[in-house]
Design a protein. Structure first.
Length: 84
């Protein structure tokens, strides 16, 4: 999925239906930051340093089963690609 030319943006929740954690390939063009937020069992969205990306970059990240979302908080248009 591609989120093109975003500055202040939060995606809809994206479910991961795998039984175990899975690897995602994330690309960021633009300055970032881009946060991959995880939906926790207590109903809260949480950010972690390991899932905070600054561009331009292409990185593999491990995601647990459940839901995640992409949050862009960039001063300039930033495009984020996520391949799961």
């Amino acid at each position: 999925m591609i989120f093109a030319d975003k500055t202040q943006f939060t995606s809809d929740p994206i479910p991961l239906q795998y039984q175990f954690a899975t690897e995602a390939y994330v690309t960021v063009t633009g300055p970032g930051p881009v946060y991959i937020e995880l939906y926790e069992e207590d109903g809260q969205w949480r950010r972690f340093p390991e899932l905070t990306l600054y561009g331009p970059t292409a990185q593999r990240v491990d995601l647990p089963r459940g839901e995640f979302r992409v949050v862009v908080d960039a001063p300039a248009p930033t495009t984020v690609g996520v391949r799961v």
